[in-house]
Design a protein around this ligand. Structure first.
Ligand SMILES: [Zn+2]
Length: 411
């Protein structure tokens, strides 16, 4: 029997046991409040000593890998924020497939019907913060590794399958210091050939091969303060900004539509101005989240925003708060081929390539030269919302696909 036949048969015969194992592991991970917020927001989460506290999930991951007899390495830029990488296979072919899941989560937020950190099952779905993003998919990957080991296939792999539980995906401090994938790549601690990132939802029907650039711009309107009883002596920066905001709402970027990514987007997400009712506001600022497509440079976007400010009366200052480039990879690559072929055979459909406005590890990895795509279980509308859930059958299917794709890519 071929390796892939063995995998398919095993999943068929042990479906119930595998399902229980994935659900149990996900539920244990969800119990740990590995909430990652920027440092400025830490006081809102008094149960946290530091951002993320991913070691809480890291301990569970290490216990699981130990029990499964899978060797692992641990890398941490800071104690308490580990990255754990279990390795299967021999590295004879020189090919390494990285399957990462992140251990941190966004805050629970309001609106939950039940305790966000205690999972429950209903209609084939598993509810709880992180069941989809990203603890459920992480559990799938770990269980897939354990099954490869049980079947004796792990040692037959000519390349290496890297099962990674990573820190620090959900929030980035203004200092830009990364404790997760960025740290591993900057320090040359890992060198994968391929990567599949199960952090996009899309119910496994779409493969993310392109992501827009994520940028944040700030615009400040500069007026002149005065006493609120004599507004004629000041220049009201809020009025100035109001005029500019009208222009921004109508703004059209100068760009060429991208075949996969389409059009850029702009969101005016914050506005701040004024200090008290009896003061004419001397300044007012807005921040814009702009998602770019290839061809839109930093200079061009600054120029367009500056041109816009010149259309309205007043003094404005445009600056870039953060900038990252869009990326798009050729859809004809081994990773996409392996996913499509196995999905066709086992899941009965062929996932299609598409581009996203959101960002995942795939961008960081592609920029570092690793052929990476986003692909995984769950519904994309369930990210970062109350009553987050994941489809349990999809978690099990994803575990099986991890095994099958690894066999194809690494042998
Ligand atoms: Zn995520």
């Amino acid at each position: 029997m071929s390796q892939k036949e063995k995998i398919k048969q095993y999943f068929q015969e042990h479906n119930e046991r595998i399902t229980r194992e994935v659900v149990a592991l996900t539920s244990r991970l969800v119990k740990e409040k590995t909430v990652n917020v920027v440092s400025a927001k830490l006081p809102e989460h008094p149960y946290l000593k530091f951002r993320g506290e991913e070691y809480r999930c890291g301990n569970i991951v290490k216990e699981f890998l130990n029990n499964a007899n899978i060797p692992y390495q641990e890398f941490a830029r800071m104690e308490g924020r580990p990255n754990i990488i279990g390795t299967l296979g021999k590295n004879e072919s020189g090919k390494r497939l990285l399957m990462p899941g992140h251990m941190d989560i966004v805050p629970a937020g309001d609106g939950w019907d039940t305790d966000p950190f205690e999972t429950y099952e209903k209609d084939g779905k598993l509810f709880g913060r992180g069941t989809l993003d990203d603890k459920g998919p992480l559990a799938s990957i770990l269980v897939a590794g354990k099954i490869m080991k049980e079947l004796g296939l792990a040692d037959e792999l000519k390349g290496q399958l890297m099962l990674a539980a990573l820190s620090d995906e959900e929030a980035e401090d203004p200092d830009g210091i990364d404790y997760g994938i960025g740290y591993l790549l900057e320090e040359n601690l890992i060198d994968p050939t391929y990567s599949i990132i199960p952090d996009i939802g899309e119910n496994m029907v779409n493969i993310d091969i392109a992501e827009k650039g994520r940028t944040v711009f700030k615009i400040i309107a500069r007026g002149k303060q005065a006493h609120g009883s004599t507004p004629e002596r000041g220049v009201n920066a809020v009025y100035m900004m109001a005029r500019l905001v009208k222009e921004i709402e109508k703004m059209k970027f100068d760009y060429t539509p991208h075949p996969v990514l389409g059009h850029p987007t702009l969101n005016l997400g914050e506005i701040n101005g004024g200090a008290a009712p009896n003061i004419v506001p001397g300044s007012c600022e807005i921040t814009l989240d702009i998602r770019t497509v290839p061809g839109m440079t930093r200079e061009k976007v600054i120029q367009q925003l500056t041109n816009l400010t010149q259309k309205v009366q007043g003094e404005f200052e445009v600056s870039v708060m953060s900038w990252n480039e869009p990326h798009a990879i050729d859809p004809k690559n081994e990773v996409v081929d392996a996913i499509q072929k196995n999905a066709r055979e086992v899941l009965g459909f062929e996932p299609q390539c598409f581009g996203m406005g959101g960002g995942t590890y795939a961008k960081t990895l592609n920029v570092a030269g690793v052929t990476s795509v986003g692909w995984g279980p769950g519904d994309d509308e369930m990210f970062h919302v109350a009553n987050e859930f994941v489809d349990i059958k999809q978690l099990v299917d994803f575990a099986m696909m991890t095994c099958l794709v690894a066999v194809d890519l690494l042998n």
